[in-house]
Design a protein around this ligand. Structure first.
Ligand SMILES: [Zn+2]
Ligand SMILES: [Zn+2]
Length: 362
């Protein structure tokens, strides 16, 4: 079968035509026909060859793809929760092998202590940009047929969901429940999905991003009842003055200078959630006295978050189902490009539109 792969030694992206079909090797495994796979900044980072994303041991290539929607075509004899025909989203990260890693041993490899976790399509395990995959049923998340057309967005939405789960836990420190003014930095897919999740959780949301209107992301922001402000029109201070006390910032740009500049305008009792992974560009200067004074005197909290557990996947499926019903056009408009498997490298090399996906089967 065909698979879309990265060859680190050759520094190339290629379609492999004779990738072996996966076998059902355990009674608790499931086999899926891959329907769609989303492309994101992580794939772009892998294809930049600047940081190591090792293939599985003994393989000269890594099959890419971690944002997958599949249809179950076969289940092992001990699988209870899935049957052929069901739609499912596989989780990406697999636990490390260290007995002392409390997170992995608790089934929460998204909090892995050792860093020796593996990730399908990213680190030491083949991904989902192929025709058939086999995995353990416990890593599958069921998806209702009603969101089949947009369910490829579940995995990127889990970033916001894990952030939100933690945000609501942290803001429980405020006995009145906290206040609900959020700023989202960035209007790419992670930012827009985060804005939708925050809207559904009851926040008023302002998305602060570079592009000026007219802009397809700004249109989506407005369609979900949020406000769009271009950083070309308003400084950070002007944006903050328009919002008022900023209770939550959800960062989805990976731009560290912007993030720390916005941290300076975070409100009293505010929470700053970082999700972007910046490239290493060397040091910048920061007004650390102001930042530290604010953190202390305003009871502020800064939270970094990566990957997601089962709870975040479940919230993502529930939220996406709700988004799809409430804002059908806005959700569908997140997907701006569709490519066949043979052309998977195009959206990785050239970021255009909002979210690009690879369509493998119908
Ligand atoms: Zn991704
Ligand atoms: Zn671990």
């Amino acid at each position: 079968m065909k698979a879309a792969a990265v060859f680190p030694n050759r520094k190339s992206l290629e379609v492999v035509n004779d990738f072996p079909e996966p076998k059902m090797e355990s009674p608790t495994a499931v086999k899926l026909r891959v329907l769609t796979v989303g492309v994101c900044g992580t794939d772009r980072e892998i294809a930049s060859f600047q940081y190591g994303f090792p293939p599985p041991a003994g393989s000269e290539f890594l099959v890419m793809g971690h944002e997958c929607l599949g249809e179950i075509v076969e289940v092992g004899p001990e699988v209870q929760d899935f049957k052929p025909g069901d739609l499912a989203i596989p989780m990406v990260r697999r636990p490390c092998d260290h007995p002392e890693c409390l997170a992995c041993r608790a089934g929460r490899q998204d909090f892995c202590y050792t860093g020796d976790y593996r990730e399908r399509g990213i680190k030491q395990m083949h991904g989902f940009l192929t025709e058939l995959i086999v995995d353990e049923a416990r890593y599958m998340n069921p998806v209702p047929p009603a969101i089949r057309d947009v369910a490829v967005l579940v995995e990127p939405l889990t970033i916001a969901e894990k952030g939100l789960i933690q945000a609501l836990q942290i803001q429980k420190r405020l006995p009145w429940g906290g206040a609900l003014k959020a700023v989202v930095l960035g209007a790419g897919p992670v930012g827009l999905l985060g804005a939708m999740a925050l809207r559904r959780a009851g926040f008023s949301v302002t998305v602060y991003s570079r592009s000026r209107e007219p802009d397809e992301s700004a249109d989506i922001v407005k369609a979900i009842g949020a406000k769009y402000i271009s950083s070309q029109d308003r400084s950070i201070e002007q944006m903050a003055a328009e919002v008022g006390n900023i209770d939550v910032v959800y960062e989805a740009t990976g731009a560290s200078q912007l993030a720390f500049d916005v941290l300076a305008v975070l409100g009293t009792n505010g929470l700053f959630i970082l999700t972007g992974v910046p490239g290493k560009h060397g040091p910048i200067s920061l007004d650390t006295d102001t930042i530290m004074r604010n953190l202390v005197l305003k009871n502020q909290c800064v939270l970094g978050t990566v990957n997601a557990g089962k709870d975040a996947f479940q919230s993502a499926v529930a939220d996406l189902t709700s988004f799809r019903a409430t804002w059908p056009e806005a959700v569908k408009n997140l997907i701006t490009g569709r490519f066949p498997l043979e052309k998977f490298a195009e959206p990785i090399h050239n970021q255009t539109g909002i979210k690009n996906i690879v369509e493998i089967s119908k």
